[in-house]
Design a protein around this ligand. Structure first.
Ligand SMILES: [Zn+2]
Length: 128
């Protein structure tokens, strides 16, 4: 079920994609071109997203960027400021979780599951 589709393309790793947000994942999609016939789909489950950051980059032609941290990797998508802002707002409506589900490691500031006893990033014991 698609909930949101960006009005303009987004840029990811030097390619342009259509961006979609479904009730379970965010994905970007690129139809195969002349040289590579296969389509490219990048999908991330919303529940693996730990952190999302909005940034503006560039001097003359400002661009918006979303920096995403999931449990497996980090992703950067860029586009016009309007498009990125719209995507960011859509994502935020999803990412409002009860704060008790995450705690922050006091040594490296990474977010950990509230059940975790040790930080999976730096290995230190987490305080309650
Ligand atoms: Zn840590």
């Amino acid at each position: 079920m698609i909930l949101y589709n960006s009005p303009t393309k987004i840029e990811y790793q030097d390619n342009y994609f259509d961006f979609y947000l479904t009730d379970q994942r965010l994905m970007w999609y690129k139809r195969g071109g002349f040289f590579s016939k296969s389509d490219t789909v990048i999908a991330e489950r919303i529940d693996t997203i730990l952190e999302i950051k909005y940034e503006e980059r560039g001097f003359l032609t400002k661009k918006g960027a979303i920096h995403l941290v999931t449990s497996r990797k980090t992703l950067d998508i860029t586009s016009s400021i309007e498009t990125i802002k719209a995507i960011y707002q859509q994502l935020q409506t999803f990412l409002i979780e009860p704060p008790s589900q995450v705690k922050t490691c006091q040594f490296c500031s990474k977010n950990m599951d509230v059940e975790a006893r040790f930080c999976s990033h730096c290995g230190n014991e987490l305080s309650e």
